[in-house]
Design a protein around this ligand. Structure first.
Ligand code: G6P
Ligand code: ZN
Length: 605
């Protein structure tokens, strides 16, 4: 522990009440409030939102006074300034302790780990929740995006009931409270800074940003087996932190724990703009075939996922994280593993991981994620839940414990995932990019018990999986920056047309089911409507339309395409080719070009 700063010594803290007026558009989306950085920098934008969170918590009877609160972010531009503002507002709201990772950095899963586990043994100090300052995979910088999200005491994103209340508070706010006299806190080194008074105790505690998350992962995985794999002379891997917050975690784990060579890590210095336009990803710290340009090239693929010539043989394993390190992309030598397949493979092999050695109690996927998971769940005889897009929906399932599994104690090993490059377990309440990578490494380690035998790699494992379960060929087309009005009209027209399209045949395929997905959360008794338009063909192939909930400008139309091939069919084709006929049907039914003017997707993943 470093310095101990005391300020001031007498009386109560000086709280300033600042009059304010509501600001339009502070409604949290799929994952918190995201806007242009400059919008957040213009006071009182951030202040209004933070005060509204505190007001919502108080209205929900959360004991803010005397509480512990976690505040950190992914290191993007404005992260450190925002943290100092939130610290001063937390003090004014009566919070007693603010916990921050060093440099103000905590990955999103690490924040969840801190909220859930850091208070172990510290009686009465369990955090009420935390602020995560991140716009995830969106570019960062003064001209790019910033975001803020509140996670509750379970370490997961606040449920819709709470985010709706926060939004309501932003529309009626008339003042915010702040302790402007407090000095800025030095976030660079661990230490405890006592800033309160005897009447109003308040401290900021800065701790090593990787400590809790690495500690938790150590309980889930067999680090020894992963280390032995990494140490194998014939196993080469590369990990790309994309200049996001994952860098310190990648160093702590791969170099610190597994003794890997530093040159197996790429872009592991967190940057405020994730490398910006000068970087190969153009500052898009988003692990997919389009943006993880350097990694994809290193692994011997082009952005369509097709093999290309390389000067040196690609590594056996490659992975990347997004800005806040909750996403992951998994690759093998000249092989791209789709997120939906990755999820299915991890669940099918979960017992290789010590934490899941007795099997899973359940699994879940978001609706647009491929049905590959369902096939595995069926074989394992475990429940498979289908929820709307957004990690918060998984949290309830994980937390429900005995409600969901009456015959099981609270321990509910559970794995979830999404097509949007998110996978994770119930060790935290966020998706966890590092967890997914360690899960894969653990599985590869388990498939290679004899180091004298040739390595069984990612492609071998996935192909064996397809041979057993069949392959859910899958792709997603994104149309970014579309005019919102056109996108809304397209969706409305499709909903209207759906009943009359059931039973019709397109390109030789008959539509068996067509609906707007709604989710009835049996745990918190909320119904989430308008969660995506589904068209399901007789053979289980489908296409789905959704409007993204994470963009900051205009609308992004997502079109998800899936075609199932049984083990007896050709499993070696390129996914983009196989789903193309379904894309043509989807484009014709949606009249996407007519409504949006777009003829080509911006990104295909
Ligand atoms: C975030 C959420 C995910 C979601 C993804 C895509 O990463 O945490 O749960 O799948 O955004 O959301 P979108 O609404 O843009 O499709
Ligand atoms: Zn993210």
């Amino acid at each position: 522990m470093a310095s101990l700063l005391s300020f001031p010594s007498r009386g109560a803290m000086n709280v300033t009440t600042v009059p304010t007026t509501p600001i339009d558009g502070q409604k949290p989306g799929t994952s918190g409030l995201r806007k242009k950085t400059k919008t957040f920098m213009e006071a009182p934008y951030l202040h209004n939102f933070v005060q509204s969170v505190f007001d919502a918590l108080v209205a929900e009877n959360v004991p803010v006074k005397g509480s512990t609160l976690v505040v950190s972010g992914d290191g993007r531009f404005y992260n450190k300034t925002a943290i100092q503002i939130i610290i001063k507002m937390a003090a004014a709201a009566g919070v007693e302790r603010v916990w921050c990772g060093t440099e103000g950095l905590l990955s999103t899963p690490a924040t969840s780990a801190v909220i859930r586990t850091r208070s172990r043994g510290l009686k009465g100090m369990a955090p009420i929740g935390g602020f995560i300052l991140s716009a995830s995979h969106n570019p960062g910088g003064i001209d790019e995006d910033f975001g803020i999200k509140y996670n509750g005491e379970n370490g997961g994103p606040a449920p819709e009931k709470v985010t709706n209340l926060i939004y309501t508070k932003t529309t009626t706010i008339s003042e915010y409270k702040i302790c402007n006299d407090l000095p800025d806190v030095d976030l660079s080194t661990p230490g405890s800074y006592s800033l309160g008074t005897p009447d109003t105790p308040f401290s900021v505690q800065v701790f090593p940003n990787t400590e809790d998350h690495v500690g938790l992962l150590r309980q889930v995985f067999d680090f020894g087996a992963i280390k032995a794999l990494i140490q194998r002379k014939d196993f080469k891997f590369v990990y790309d932190s994309m200049n996001g917050v994952q860098g310190p975690y990648a160093k702590a784990l791969f170099i610190g724990e597994f003794g890997a060579s530093p040159d197996s890590l790429m872009n592991c210095e967190p940057k405020e703009d994730f490398g910006g336009h000068a970087s190969p990803s153009h500052g898009h710290a988003d692990p997919n075939l389009t943006h993880a340009v350097e990694l994809v090239a290193k692994m011997g693929l082009n952005k369509l996922g097709l093999p290309v010539e390389t000067k040196t043989e690609p590594p056996d394993f490659g992975a990347a994280a997004d800005g806040d390190a909750d996403r992951n992309m998994i690759m093998g030598n000249r092989f791209f593993c789709s997120p939906s397949d990755s999820l299915a493979v991890i669940v099918a092999n979960a017992t290789c991981i010590p934490y899941y050695k007795n099997g899973l109690k359940g699994c879940a996927r978001s609706m647009p994620t491929s049905c590959a998971l369902d096939l595995v769940a069926k074989k394992l005889g475990i429940p498979c839940f289908e929820v709307p897009t957004g990690w918060k929906f998984f949290g309830n399932l994980m937390d429900s414990g005995t409600a969901m599994f009456p015959d099981t104690p609270v321990y509910t090993p559970f794995i979830c995932g999404e097509e949007s490059f998110g996978t994770g377990g119930d060790h935290v309440r966020e998706k966890d990019g590092m967890w997914a990578v360690l899960a894969w490494l653990q599985i590869i380690a388990a498939k290679n018990p004899d180091p004298s035998q040739p390595l069984v790699g990612v492609a071998d494992i996935v192909k064996a999986h397809w041979a057993e379960y069949g392959r859910n060929y899958y792709a997603r087309y994104d149309y970014e920056g579309v005019e919102k009005d056109g996108a809304d009209k397209m969706m409305a027209a499709m909903v209207e047309a759906q009943p009359s399209l059931i039973g019709t045949t397109h390109g030789g395929m008959k539509i068996a089911k067509a609906d707007m997905f709604a989710y009835d959360d049996s745990i918190d008794k909320t119904v989430s409507k308008n969660q995506g338009i589904r068209f399901i063909f007789e053979d289980g192939s489908r296409f789905v339309f959704r409007l993204s909930g994470t963009g900051v400008a205009g609308a992004t139309v997502r079109m998800y395409l899936e075609k199932y091939a049984a083990p007896t069919e050709d499993l070696t084709l390129h996914a983009f080719d196989v789903v193309k006929p379904i894309a043509d049907i989807a484009l014709s039914i949606s009249k996407l070009t007519e409504f949006t003017g777009r003829t080509e997707p911006t990104v295909i993943t």
